[in-house]
Every structure is written in C-alpha cells, then in structure tokens.
Design a protein around this ligand. Structure first.
Ligand code: NAD
Length: 336
C-alpha cells in the first residue's frame, strides 16, 4: 500500500494509493466505522461489504438531496453513531459528496474518509473537501468545505464500472492535462481508454498523477479564490448544457472545453484548439452539439463565476497552461 501524507489548509489527509478495500480495517476501527455506499457497488462487490456496518443508498444524482441526508441521519441514529464514529463513503462522486456533507454536519462534525470507485471520483470528486447536495436544478447549492481524513484507492472496484462512466471520468483527466500538465496531454494522445483498462500499472500511474495534480491546485487555493478556478475549464458552458440537453457531465464538459479552446484562440493567442478537439474525440467524447443560444445563455449567465456584467472564464494560453480571463457577458453571448 503506497502511503502519502498531504496537508490541505489545516487538515492532514492520508492518501493510500493502489490499495485494497480489505486494508480499510488497518486505517479505521471496524467497530466504530460505518460505510456509506450505493446499490450498484453492493450488488457488484457484496463480499467487500459483508463484515462492515453499511448504509446503502439508491444510486444516482437524483438522490443527492437533503431528503437522502435526513434518511441517512435516521439510520445513523439507529446504528447509535456518535462523535467517535467514522463515516467512509465508498462510491462515485454522489456518495463521496453526500458522505462528506453528512460527516460535516452530523453531531456538528465527525471523522470521515473516502474509497472513490469511479474514475471521476478518484481523480476529482474525492479530492479537495467540497461536499454537499443539490436542491432542485441547483447543483451543490448546499454544502461545506471540509477535508476527509483519508482516501483509499482500490482499482479492483473499477472492474464493474460501466463504460460510460469511464468516458465521463476521462473528460476530467483531459481537463487536468489541458490546464496544468502538457506531458500528460501527450501521454493521453498516445493512448486510449481501452489501453488504460488493460494496463493496470499505467492506469494506477495516471490516477495517482491526477489525484496529486488536483491536490496541488487545492493546496494552493482551498477556497477557490485563484488557482482552483482553473478546475472549472469547460464547466461554465458544460453546466449550462448538461441539464438542458440530456448530456452526461463528461460530454457536456468536453463540449465546453472545445468551446473554451476556440475562444482562447481569439483571446490568448492559443493555437491548438484542433489538438484539444482531436484528443476529446479519441476519448469517445463529443466536441459540439447544436443548441439554442438564448436558452443556454440564460443558464450560463447565472453561473457562480459571474461578477456583475463579466464572467471569469477559464481559457488556455497553451496546452498545460490554463488562465482565467474576465469576459463581458455580451461578448460571451456573441461567441456561443
Ligand atoms: P455517481 O456517484 O453517480 O457514479 C456514477 C454511476 O456509476 C452511479 O450509477 C454509480 O452507482 C456507479 N458506480 C460508481 N462506481 C462504480 C463501480 N466501481 N462499479 C459499478 N458502478 C459504479 O457519479 P460520479 O460521476 O462518480 O460523480 C458525479 C458527482 O460528483 C456529481 O454529483 C458531482 O457534483 C460530484 N463532483 C464533486 C466534486 C467535488 O469537488 N466534490 C468534483 C466533481 C464532481
């Protein structure tokens, strides 16, 4: 088990890379630990959960709500969870976001950790301490920022991850490469999802690299004042498209990244939008869809990154270097 201690703000987080869920009992005492997971994970890996107290959620974003939180709180009370209890979220980003939030508010805060099981949760959602729930169409509108005590990676769990979720997760890996890691961008160009599915070592290296990349960004800026904003590359248009056009998150972000790359060519002198588009296509993601400009702009302008009549937009200066530019809303609308 490869272990690394990471400091984020005041918190210390233990990262256990390339580990095994069976090693969890070495990190946290079984008697005082409760796992939170979803039905897909328990169905695919029943033996991994059999000796732990486990709360099993219905899978999917539509259950990332306060109602689910209330339900879990009742179950925690039933299990006599107290201030010494540790909660461990074993699942995709929905499970980790919910578990982090619950652990932040249950009895005003208890210890928690994550075993992320989707590519997206491994390289993104489990890192950085943002957690919370959705209210109606407003994603992550309620939540806290609180770091987990540990992350444990067990890549064997990926054996059951649906193909579409691999593709979704790679959209975030491509995002990381675009904003901060030109060498990783080139490595991605040389390979494909099937390559990483076959080569466990290459996959483990890629996940570790992405985990550390996001960690570094969060360490520089835990509360999203500067550097952390770069992680929104592709997400401003992406979020505006996601709910309205029945796209997955990865597909919507992919289209957003191509749009931002093209706009970068006009604003920063970036010259490689074609290359970004090609990589996205190679990872089975779309580069464009036709959409209703007015409808999309209405949602886009409500983005959290807006300040009065300007929007902080993440662009590329070159591959591996993201930059934030403040763009007038009128200009943005004209580019859609
Ligand atoms: P998810 O948790 O819904 O998982 C996607 C699907 O894959 C679900 O059906 C889940 O049951 C299934 N699944 C996950 N791992 C599996 C496995 N190993 N085997 C079989 N099935 C498996 O979604 P996600 O894509 O992992 O995460 C998306 C969520 O993450 C969103 O709610 C988003 O807001 C959040 N997120 C949070 C952050 C953050 O910083 N906190 C960052 C990015 C995304």
């Amino acid at each position: 088990m490869k272990h690394k201690k990471v400091k984020i703000g005041q918190a210390q987080v233990d990262y256990f890379f390339d580990s095994n869920l069976t090693s969890l009992s070495r990190i946290t005492d079984k008697k005082s630990t409760i796992l939170v997971t979803d039905e897909h994970l328990v169905t695919a890996h029943p033996q991994k959960f059999s000796s732990w107290k486990t709360i099993v959620l219905k899978p999917g974003e539509k259950y990332k709500t306060q109602a689910t939180v209330d339900d879990i709180v009742s179950q925690l009370i039933g299990l006599e969870a107290d201030r010494n209890t540790t909660l461990v979220g074993v699942g995709g980003g929905v499970v980790t976001d919910l578990t982090g939030y619950l652990a932040s508010v249950y009895m005003r805060g208890i210890r928690f950790g994550f075993v992320p099981t989707s590519i997206l949760a491994l390289v993104d959602a489990s890192i950085g301490g943002k957690n919370g729930v959705d209210v109606g169409v407003f994603k992550n509108i309620v939540g806290t920022i609180r770091q987990p005590s540990f992350l444990l990676h067990d890549h064997r769990l990926l054996a059951s991850l649906p193909e579409m979720e691999w593709i979704n997760g790679f959209a975030e890996i491509i995002k990381h490469a675009c904003i901060r890691d030109a060498a990783m961008f080139r490595e991605l160009e040389d390979h494909s999802i099937p390559f990483f599915q076959r080569n466990k070592k290459a996959l483990a290296d890629l996940i570790r690299r992405n985990t550390l990349l996001k960690t570094k960004v969060v360490q520089l800026d835990e509360f999203e004042k500067n550097e952390r904003r770069l992680l929104n590359f592709g997400h401003t248009l992406g979020h505006a498209l996601e709910n309205q056009y029945n796209l997955t998150h990865g597909q919507a972000v992919a289209i957003g990244m191509v749009f931002a790359s093209r706009m970068s060519e006009k604003i920063t002198g970036f010259r490689q939008a074609e290359r970004v588009g090609r990589l996205i296509e190679n990872y089975q993601l779309p580069t464009a869809i036709s959409y209703d400009r007015d409808k999309v702009f209405e949602v886009l302008k409500m983005d959290k990154k807006r300040a009065r009549k300007e929007m902080n937009y993440v662009l590329l200066q070159k591959i591996g270097k993201g930059v934030v530019h403040s763009l007038p809303l009128d200009y943005l609308r004209s580019q859609l």
